[in-house]
Design a binder for this molecule. Structure first.
Ligand code: GLP
Length: 243
């Protein structure tokens, strides 16, 4: 096992620790490229970035951000799009320039072109300095479901039923949950210079156990992180209870 594990007492401390790492990175290099994630887990991290911005003024004017994924078929201003999520949870509250933020376009007329464009854009801006990840209960990262090739680049995916069910809580009913998404591929994620995977709560304990002790296999996408040169798990005690 090559990744480092940081164990925190609770969700708040996990979020604060991760925020401090990101802030240090931005202070060291104000032109950093930050890879961002959605889901519940990173919300606390974003809260602490905003708090730090408001109290100490860390500037994001030169920072660029790229997000992992987006649903297909939801307009950008749909309340459940990741575009809306990121504006509400982070971008509207710090001084990042909106044209420096990038999320795959899930309503692009040609999705194949969009996936190619997205990888090219990441390369053009110099690659991701630090990528934040959450983890799905089946080990997905971004929306890379079990069975996705470790060599994959940004691509269109069919969401696993378990993923749609898990995300149904944000929608009125399961039928409204999109069936497809665009996600950064596993290789696109692995090309990041540094990766931080966040996990919190008892419901993530099994998946973290498998990540730490299980085999490295495409059937469990997050396991690829074990072969990354600089990956850290920052998780709370509840998520690490089986470690
Ligand atoms: C979604 C996202 C993932 C996220 C995962 C876990 O499916 N596409 O990027 O890591 O859910 O979400 P949560 O943090 O809410 O548990």
């Amino acid at each position: 096992m090559r990744f480092e594990i940081i164990r925190t007492e609770n969700y708040e401390k996990m979020s604060l620790f991760a925020a401090q790492k990101m802030i240090t990175k931005v202070k060291e290099n104000p032109r950093s490229v930050l890879g961002l994630a959605t889901g519940n887990t990173p919300v606390g991290l974003y809260k602490y970035l905003i708090l730090d911005y408001k109290t100490t003024g860390t500037s994001y004017k030169e920072v660029r951000t790229v997000n992992l994924d987006e649903y297909i078929g939801l307009d950008r201003d749909n309340k459940n799009s990741y575009f809306t999520f990121m504006r509400k949870r982070l971008f509207n509250h710090i001084d990042v320039k909106l044209h420096h933020t990038s999320i795959p376009n899930g309503v692009a007329p040609n999705l194949e072109e969009e996936t190619v464009r997205y990888d090219k854009y990441i390369q053009k801006i110099g690659g991701i300095d630090i990528q934040i990840l959450g983890i799905g209960h089946n080990g997905h990262i971004g929306f890379n479901e079990p069975g996705t090739s470790f060599k994959s680049r940004t691509h269109v995916v069919t969401l696993a039923e378990s993923t749609r069910n898990a995300n149904a809580r944000y929608f009125n009913n399961i039928d409204e949950v999109p069936t497809h998404a665009v996600t950064m591929g596993i290789q696109s994620i692995m090309d990041s210079k540094e990766i931080i995977l966040l996990a919190s709560g008892t419901s993530k304990a099994e998946v973290i156990k498998r990540l730490v002790y299980g085999e490295i296999t495409e059937e469990f996408p997050a396991s690829v992180l074990r072969s990354h040169k600089k990956a850290t798990i920052i998780a709370d005690q509840a998520a690490l209870q089986l470690i």
